[in-house]
Ligand binder design. Structure first.
Ligand code: UDP
Length: 375
């Protein structure tokens, strides 16, 4: 039996779920409020320089999940790319994530791995047994000097609050290495789609059973005729914010162009709190296999999202847990709607995890349908 699905949002979650359901013979309609697909992974060529730009900020694909890696590669060629981030702090440039080079440069030493490990353990606050906040996590694992130089100012700019109000999980995204490996990620697979993420998502959505309606807003009154909805918009937005607003950060980008090479790397972070932006991204370095005379850069400013702004990062302040739990309860009680993705579940998800969850959700659904179980 054919089932009609309505998917809200045309980002990664909807594309992957939609494709799976379409291949299983179901009808999929996708409502996308913007005039393009791809969600915040959207890429397009800059009209002036021809450089492929990550319009909503840098997205680097990295995963340990072989099935997810094979999945994305079946739609688009991924070319080798290693994310090597630099940071400017207190008048010097350092390598991130914190590695042996960063530590030796910062302390003016020539330590070998074991020496550096013992040295950093001396800096660390070992009285913190079970770090709960971002600040505790930093003080426990790198100590106050590195925390102040690389994390405190950047994090206050990025999240708009003190690191003691943020969960440790945000910092746990970053490793500390006692060798010279400066690869930002430690996953087995890492790369960039040759023609950008939007080209990849376009191919995922290219199926006769999928119809995408751009510039089409969703409201819960428009679900008639659909058997089930997958909703990848903001969780609190679905319920008209009736319990209050979950906090999001939004980003403002200040674009500028130049010739040649502006900063010599794709991402330069700025750790000092008196520099108003968090980082500058130079997009031609995300596609090192292409050649362009011009270059396009974006200064990235983070601020609290207002109702009319694009939500980027779910903040998940320590004191927001109850509100989130109440929305999750409402979501679980809503029949025929599944909440998916970064905004739909209010979690800081990487692309590979988003795809993994979307594949699992879609499979679970088509299995239920095949077995005649209730959705
Ligand atoms: N972070 C920091 N300084 C840096 C880079 C990251 O303090 O130079 C912190 C910051 O709070 C950030 C978090 O570590 O939100 C996770 O960093 P990641 O690079 O994963 O952030 P994203 O690229 O997703 O914005």
């Amino acid at each position: 039996m054919t089932t009609n699905f309505l998917l809200v949002g045309a980002g990664l979650s909807s594309a992957v779920i939609g494709r799976h359901l379409a291949e299983a013979g179901h009808k999929v309609t996708i409502f996308e409020g913007r005039d393009h697909i791809g969600g915040n992974c959207h890429t397009e060529r800059d009209a002036e320089t021809g450089v492929m730009v990550h319009i909503y900020g840098p997205h680097i694909f990295h995963t340990d999940d072989e099935e997810v890696w094979n999945y994305v590669n079946s739609f688009e060629t991924f070319l080798p790319y290693k994310n090597r981030v630099k940071t400017t702090s207190q008048g010097a440039v350092y390598s991130l994530p914190i590695n042996l080079h960063t530590i030796n440069q910062f302390y003016g030493k020539t330590m070998r791995p074991d020496e550096a490990r013992a040295f950093i353990e001396q800096q660390a606050d070992t009285s913190i047994e079970n770090p709960q906040t971002f600040e505790e996590q930093a003080l426990r694992f790198v100590g106050p000097d590195l925390y102040e130089a690389f994390f405190k100012g950047y994090t206050m700019k990025q999240w708009g609050c003190h690191p003691s109000e943020l969960p440790a999980s945000i910092l746990k995204r970053l490793p500390v290495r006692f060798n010279y490996d400066d690869n930002y990620f430690f996953h087995k697979f890492q790369g960039m789609p040759e023609n950008g993420y939007t080209a990849m998502i376009e191919k995922i959505l290219d199926h006769t059973n999928i119809e995408v309606r751009l510039s089409t807003m969703f409201d819960s009154a428009t679900t008639e005729g659909y058997d089930h909805v997958f909703y990848s918009g903001p969780l609190d937005g679905y319920f008209g914010y009736k319990l209050g607003r979950l906090g999001y950060r939004t980003l403002d980008f200040e674009k500028f162009t130049d010739t040649g090479d502006y900063q010599g790397t794709a991402v330069m972070n700025y750790g000092d709190v008196d520099v108003p932006f968090t980082r500058i991204t130079e997009h031609k370095h995300f596609s090192p296999w292409e050649e362009h005379e011009g270059t396009v850069c974006y200064r990235e400013f983070s601020r609290e999202a207002q109702p009319e702004d694009t939500p980027y990062y779910p903040i998940r302040m320590m004191d927001e847990k109850t509100l989130l739990a109440d929305y999750v309860r409402l979501a679980n009680e809503t029949p025929n709607v599944t909440f998916v993705g970064r905004l739909g579940t209010y979690r800081y998800l990487d692309m590979d995890v988003t795809i993994r969850e979307a594949l699992d959700t879609a499979r679970q659904f088509s299995d239920c349908l095949t077995n005649g179980a209730a959705m």
